[in-house]
Design a protein around this ligand. Structure first.
Ligand SMILES: Cc1cc2nc3c(=O)[nH]c(=O)nc-3n(C[C@H](O)[C@H](O)[C@H](O)COP(=O)(O)OP(=O)(O)OC[C@H]3O[C@@H](n4cnc5c(N)ncnc54)[C@H](O)[C@@H]3O)c2cc1C
Length: 304
């Protein structure tokens, strides 16, 4: 890809301070890992996203969409093409009775506090998931018995040709950590959520309890991308990994967390290669011992 050609075309329309060349992805991922992206765009408007898609199509460049980077492992060689980060600029929230419409870049933690303060119940499960609403819809993120599928009623998305569409809950095909967004490469612009009226103090108490459970059971002080593997049917990944005596095992600075074996953490300067090798090691040991296949939940992207 001719990155300067792409850059020059992008800044014809998009503000220069929103387009970065050779941006270090470790600055944009919760794992604090990842090489250089050729170009990173921080769109301020839907038109900026449409322009970026148009330029990528015209220049035959890959275009990867990210939110808060909390479920991503970016390889050490970085990303060839354009990364579009949908974050703070897309964080408008409108609440009408028990219905909420929010832009894709709002953080789940911010949104859960906002709706809690309005006495709306049903979103507590999402309070500690460190992603954006767009990422959560794409992943059908969930925790403690709740998932996005329970509260989402629809989403405004844009396809790779730049066409904006409204999708209802059925059309979103929200499954276990999967959705039509990932399958069809749609981009979430906003999502509609239906909650229920509740008691502010009770809602806040649930959030406090869930936060306590997370802080005592998850290695939140160390960089990670959350649960490394999806839950294999009939098992818990963390328990299988712990039973296979892999707790604390390291490859370079990537380590199976000593607090929660379901997490791989970056204990210093782990490379993506360290994490990928550790994922492979964990998969092999668990396969050999228990004949169970572990599939990464973390999305591994970038140049091989
Ligand atoms: C400490 C920790 C705890 C976690 N706990 C949980 C948990 O309890 N439950 C859970 O489900 N996850 C958990 N995660 C993982 C992660 O927070 C979720 O998957 C979250 O939904 C990812 O959102 P994000 O904005 O960071 O997306 P990113 O990591 O940036 O991207 C993830 C995927 O979503 C896509 N995406 C992001 N934004 C958009 C958009 N606007 N439109 C289209 N696609 C988009 C990306 O292309 C990518 O495929 C945890 C992670 C960490 C670090």
């Amino acid at each position: 890809m001719d990155k300067f050609g792409v850059y020059n075309r992008l800044v014809e329309t998009i503000a220069e301070d929103s387009v970065y060349v050779d941006e270090l992805m470790s600055k944009h991922t919760s794992f604090k890992i990842g090489g250089l992206a050729d170009i990173l765009v921080l769109p301020a408007t839907v038109a900026d996203i449409q322009t970026t898609l148009e330029v990528c199509n015209e220049k035959n460049s890959e275009c990867f969409i990210m939110g808060n980077g909390s479920n991503l492992l970016v390889r050490d060689k970085g990303i060839r093409g354009v990364v579009v980060k949908i974050a703070d600029n897309f964080s408008k929230v409108v609440v009408e009775n028990d219905r909420v419409t929010a832009q894709a870049g709002v953080l789940l933690s911010t949104l859960s506090k906002l709706v809690a303060n309005k006495g709306l119940a049903g979103f507590e499960f999402a309070s500690g998931i460190p992603g954006t609403l767009g990422g959560a819809v794409a992943m059908n993120a969930g925790a403690y018995g709740g998932e996005m599928r329970d509260v989402i009623t629809g989403a405004l998305v844009i396809d790779r040709s730049g066409k904006i569409m409204k999708l209802g809950i059925e059309e979103l095909e929200l499954g276990y950590r999967s959705s039509i967004i990932q399958k069809n490469d749609y981009i979430v612009l906003e999502a509609s959520i239906k909650l229920r009226e509740g008691n502010i103090n009770e809602i806040k108490k649930i959030i406090k309890d869930l936060t306590e459970r997370r802080t005592t059971k998850q290695p939140l002080q160390l960089p990670s991308a959350g649960s490394t593997f999806k839950r294999p049917p009939g098992y818990f990944a963390g328990k299988l990994i712990e039973d296979a005596c892999l707790k604390g095992v390291r490859v370079g600075d990537a380590q199976v967390s000593v607090l929660h074996s379901g997490f791989i953490v970056n204990v210093g300067n782990a490379t993506a290669e360290d994490v990928i090798d550790l994922i492979g090691l964990v998969q092999k040991v668990v396969r050999d011992k228990y004949e169970v296949e572990l599939h990464p939940e973390v999305r591994i992207i970038g140049e091989v």
